[in-house]
Design a protein around this ligand. Structure first.
Ligand SMILES: Cc1cc2nc3c(=O)[nH]c(=O)nc-3n(C[C@H](O)[C@H](O)[C@H](O)COP(=O)(O)OP(=O)(O)OC[C@H]3O[C@@H](n4cnc5c(N)ncnc54)[C@H](O)[C@@H]3O)c2cc1C
Length: 712
């Protein structure tokens, strides 16, 4: 059981290393949380190599999701925009805030783009996480037929590496590009060894890069940059590698900062104004002995930060940071050669690049092949959470059949035939429909869990065509110290209440307990005279689905640390996506039958729709929407732990030659899945023109004992 919260903001170079070190030797009673605005954080040393095409994105980025899983760190994917230092809470964009006992900040810096038009028309080299995406867009925009002119602004080591990397990449691809390196100063790489300056100048010349000195950019327009002395350079793109600037929120929060806005820290990396706040890397300045804003210092400070955070929790003596001011500086020259210097010594050649490559690869291996092993349970497979934690359909109906239920003329007591939300009371000819749905937590982010679970529960009423009016919640929170439980409960309930507001539904009560794992369930109520049924499709109907499938198997892969960041991001877009807009559109048209796709997968819910009818369904599997990455993970063999219990449903399907991996996506249990509706062809066309729903199949009259689900 944890008693204290240590929250890390930003997964920069220092924090990546600190989390790895703490994974191997945790701090007693301290829960670790990382808040990061990106799941892949770049390693700056290899960034020019990524731009040049020597390395892939995967090779140059630390996968923070995998790191957190291995290190058993709570991961919150979100962007911090402030700290309430008095109440010890961290504020995020579009999310509930997070409480802390101690906080450490390693959010880096951004280049100075405080020039008119630079934000609008230029590309900042940082945040590097955004640069990688922008770089792909820039590459996609280039054409073989013209010669664009780009300018890299900033003639420091980073600017030089960038401009040479870009030149190399274009030359290798046989594409032409005119490049200028623009700097305000008169000398190339001031302060560097003369030999280094000379080799860099030669490299620029070899690639035909124009060096423009004494040009301080004061304005950027769509097609030009202008200097403060009135010169204009016509260009298509400017890439900004100007000196580091600080984020504004630390100053606004009231933390001591230096004159440039970087967090002022003492020799223990502790804020000079707030002893529970630590900061490291570019975002911080050690006021007594400032260091350059460079990744190498962020890396070297990590062991000191680890020690001092540990000491801070145990009231032990902290260790002052002692870092050399002089360090080996290596600059890659586009291709696989580099120059470097240390003190009076200068180096140049392909061997220097190979040496740098070895240092960089060794660092990255700490987060890939040398990552601490993920925790596993000795004899147990990793059980799925979310809808993958439900019990199978056969087991469910076999058990339900054997139960005695007190008869009541108002209620359907055949539990095996239950609608998504059964009638729970009839008052003055108006039915109260009620549903309960919930599951074991599949995320450490209680706020997002609250959102996904609430959407999920409400879907049962939407599937009946009813506006939910009230809800109750049952929360079972994982055992922690009451201080932490209070924080977790609040975040989780904020997720629930924010989304109930969105669904215009009133929270009227609930119950809370504690246990080994977090669980969350909601009862939702709605009233109406008329509601949609599940088993009423008509011949010739179109079947429409409004959300992609695959959440169960992506969650299963993620539990094992094997899902790609793209698939995790796509998964969360789906989990947090509301069905309300689609439901409101459905309300105004004629629906024959409807259900929501949840624990039994698309196939299971289709079979439920056909149960007791004389119809079958032809599914065009290519039209079924899938979450990005789901099919690939299915091909790799990932599946929810519920899958074996869902397989017997295939006895009712003619699977023809459909790809087995795709069939498993159709069986995959969904958390906050889409609404599946059966409507006439005309209504189907109308719905497709107004919403994102797609036609996945058609209803036909089944013959004799043929299989009722035809996949093609
Ligand atoms: C092209 C280029 C090449 C470079 N090469 C070198 C080199 O070879 N050697 C060297 O020493 N330095 C190099 N640098 C400098 C280096 O990039 C920085 O000094 C280094 O990245 C700083 O590391 P950091 O750990 O402080 O932060 P970063 O590496 O910038 O990491 C900060 C992290 O915090 C996240 N974050 C930011 N804001 C928030 C927020 N509000 N909420 C949540 N998360 C947030 C970011 O997404 C990121 O993951 C280079 C820079 C560039 C641009």
């Amino acid at each position: 059981m944890y008693e204290h919260d240590l929250v890390f903001i930003g997964g920069g170079h220092s924090h990546s290393l600190v989390l790895r070190m703490l994974a191997m030797k945790p701090i007693d009673n301290v829960r670790l949380t990382l808040i990061t605005d990106t799941l892949l954080t770049p390693y700056s040393g290899m960034l020019p190599g990524y731009i040049a095409g020597h390395y892939s994105e995967h090779e140059t980025h630390v996968d923070l999701n995998k790191l957190c899983k291995a290190a058993q760190v709570r991961l919150i994917h979100g962007r911090v925009n402030g700290i309430d230092l008095a109440n010890k809470t961290i504020q995020l964009d579009n999310q509930a805030s997070i409480g802390y006992d101690k906080v450490s900040i390693n959010t880096g810096s951004t280049p100075n783009v405080n020039v008119t038009g630079a934000r609008e028309f230029g590309v900042g080299v940082k945040p590097v996480s955004q640069l990688t995406a922008k770089w792909q867009t820039l590459l996609a925009q280039k054409t073989k037929h013209n010669t664009p002119h780009w300018a890299v602004i900033g003639g420091g080591a980073a600017g030089i590496e960038m401009v040479l990397a870009i030149a190399y990449r274009f030359k290798q691809a046989g594409d032409s590009l005119k490049l200028s390196l623009v700097q305000s100063g008169a000398t190339l790489l001031p302060g560097y060894h003369r030999n280094v300056q000379k080799h860099v100048a030669i490299a620029l010349k070899q690639y035909g890069i124009e060096l423009i000195t004494g040009f301080r950019v004061s304005r950027v327009t769509k097609n030009a940059i202008e200097s403060d002395t009135g010169n204009t350079l016509n260009i298509e793109k400017s890439i900004w590698c100007t000196p580091a600037t600080a984020p504004k929120w630390p100053t606004l929060a009231g933390l001591d900062t230096d004159e440039s806005g970087f967090i002022a820290v003492n020799e223990f990396l502790q804020s000079t104004s707030h002893k529970d706040v630590f900061a490291c890397g570019d975002v911080a300045t050690m006021v007594q002995s400032p260091r350059p804003k460079a990744g190498v210092f962020a890396v070297r400070a990590a062991p000191f930060l680890t020690k001092n955070l540990r000491a801070a929790f145990s009231q032990q003596v902290m260790t002052p940071v002692s870092l050399q001011t002089d360090f080996l500086s290596l600059i890659s020259l586009g291709g696989k050669n580099a120059v470097g210097q240390r003190g009076w010594l200068s180096l140049k050649g392909e061997w220097v690049w190979r040496w740098k490559d070895q240092i960089d690869q060794k660092f990255m291996a700490l987060f890939s092949k040398n990552l601490p092993a993920m925790p596993t349970m000795d004899h147990e497979p990793m059980h799925c959470a979310g809808c993958g934690s439900k019990i199978g359909p056969e087991l469910l109906s076999d058990t339900l059949k054997e139960l005695s239920v007190f008869p009541n003329e108002h209620f359907d007591t055949d539990l095996t035939q239950a609608e998504d939300a059964p009638v729970a009371a009839v008052i003055n000819n108006t039915s109260l429909l009620q549903s309960i749905d919930g599951f074991r937590a599949f995320s450490d982010d209680d706020y997002k869990l609250g959102i996904a679970a609430t959407h999920h529960a409400v879907n049962d009423l939407y599937a009946m065509g009813l506006q939910p009016t009230s809800a109750q919640v049952w929360v079972n929170l994982k055992f922690e110290h009451p201080r932490l439980t209070k924080r977790d409960f609040k975040r989780l309930m904020q997720g629930v209440t924010d989304i109930l507001l969105h669904h215009e539904t009133t929270l009227v009560g609930g119950h809370s307990t504690e246990g080994i794992e977090t669980h969350l369930a909601l009862v939702v109520n709605g009233t109406g005279h008329k509601y949609w049924q599940k088993n009423a499709p008509q011949e010739g109907d179109w079947l429409l689905l409004n959300k992609p499938l695959g959440s169960g198997l992506i969650l299963a892969a993620d539990t094992q640390g094997k899902a790609t960041t793209q698939s995790i991001e796509a998964l969360w877009r789906t989990l947090l996506h509301s069905n309300r807009a689609f439901f409101l559109t459905l309300k105004n048209i004629q629906i024959h039958a409807a259900t929501d796709v949840t624990g039994f997968g698309l196939i299971g819910h289709l079979l439920e729709m056909l149960k007791g009818t004389q119809f079958g369904v032809k599914i065009t599997t290519d039209n079924v929407p899938l979450i990005e990455g789901a099919l690939e993970l299915s091909r790799q063999g990932f599946e929810s732990t519920l899958m074996p219990q869902l397989m017997p449903m295939l006895h009712q399907c003619d699977t023809n030659n459909v790809d087995w991996a795709l069939i498993k996506c159709l069986l995959d249990p969904q958390t906050n899945g889409g609404l599946l509706v059966s409507v006439s062809a005309d209504v189907g066309r109308e719905l497709m023109s107004k919403t994102d729903a797609v036609k996945i199949g058609e209803v036909y009259k089944a013959q004799g004992d043929e299989k009722i689900l035809q996949l093609s």
